[in-house]
Design a protein around this ligand. Structure first.
Ligand code: DHB
Length: 310
């Protein structure tokens, strides 16, 4: 193992998970193969997250599913996935020899479905589950769950009762009050909150005069959403006690440090992995380490929420 991966300054514990550094692969960036997850670990990630998986296989939307804009990517894949019964094989394979926590992102069309998928993922070896209650455009799941505190509480409650591993809830910014939603998730038993998922968005082709994505509407990711995500983390930190995982537009160490100062205990990197490759984790981690040393902090935990002091 590389020296900095054993660096105590960088290690974090997050709802029972031990991470050698605070960088995590965001859900949805890579496919489902055990091999690609391992390449992310080689790139220096402190934990990995799979694409979202549901109870049954789904083909997803027709192409185009990605629109590149001047300030970020808009995607609407439609939750394509092989279904949990097929995916457990990849979970088992990914777990063999993996020296970082494996978190499985799950979705469902009912609280029972979320719970069933979570149980199967944990039985196959997942170290935690992240509930996707924030996909901005697939009907009857995703943000339709995460925009309604009552439905969200039912989903979180059923999943908590079904598994004995940490349950992380990934929230949507497409709500009036993300604090109200975070509070509902925590009250129902969420062990950690991820903030944020993509921002509902669209792009239109001026030549064809039509929406670019086959689904018309998708989710915006990348640096454009970082200030929105930092605000969400900051607001949630003031109201809930569970750890927060920051996500949205992180490209370099400075972005990551900004999220930590806002109140995140760890960060997820997504769009930048697609653009820069797996070594972005190592670059961000090294940068955080140099920053902590320069500022005289003996642990990354010391800067979590530091921007809140009066
Ligand atoms: C998809 C997009 C998202 O932003 C998300 O959170 C989940 C799924 C998708 O299109 O598959």
């Amino acid at each position: 193992m590389k020296k900095y991966l054993k660096n105590r300054r960088l290690s974090v514990s997050l709802a029972d998970l031990r991470l050698a550094n605070p960088t995590i692969l965001a859900s949805g960036i890579l496919g489902y193969s055990a091999e690609t997850l391992k390449s992310i670990v080689e790139g220096g990630a402190g934990a990995v997250l799979t694409k979202s998986v549901g109870l049954k296989p789904r083909v997803g939307y027709a192409n185009p599913t990605i629109a590149q804009t001047s300030c970020g990517l808009i995607n609407a894949m439609g939750l394509p996935n092989p279904g949990i019964d097929e995916f457990v094989k990849e979970i088992r394979e990914a777990k063999t020899g993996l020296n970082v926590p494996l978190i499985v992102s799950i979705y469902g069309f009912s609280a029972e479905e979320y719970a069933t998928v979570a149980r199967k993922a944990v039985d196959a070896g997942a170290d935690a589950v992240e509930l996707n209650v924030s996909c901005p455009h697939v009907r009857e799941t995703g943000s339709e769950v995460g925009q309604n505190p009552k439905i969200l509480a039912e989903v979180v409650g059923k999943v908590k009762a079904a598994v004995d591993k940490p349950v992380i809830v990934k929230l949507s910014p497409n709500v009036t009050s993300i604090v109200e939603i975070a509070e509902a998730a925590v009250k129902a038993g969420a062990d950690a909150i991820t903030a944020i998922n993509t921002v509902k968005a669209m792009a239109i082709d001026t030549e064809t005069t039509m929406p670019i994505l086959s689904n018309k509407i998708g989710g915006l990711s990348g640096p454009a959403i970082k200030p929105i995500a930092v605000r969400c983390v900051y607001e949630i930190y003031e109201h809930v006690k569970v750890p927060i995982i920051g996500c949205g537009g992180i490209v370099n160490w400075r972005d990551a440090v900004e999220f930590l100062l806002a109140g995140a205990s760890a960060v997820q990197i997504g769009t930048a992995v697609a653009q820069k490759g797996p070594n972005v984790f190592r670059a961000v981690t090294r940068g955080i380490n140099v920053y902590l040393k320069r500022k005289g902090f003996e642990s990354v935990n010391k800067i979590v929420g530091l921007s809140h002091r009066s």
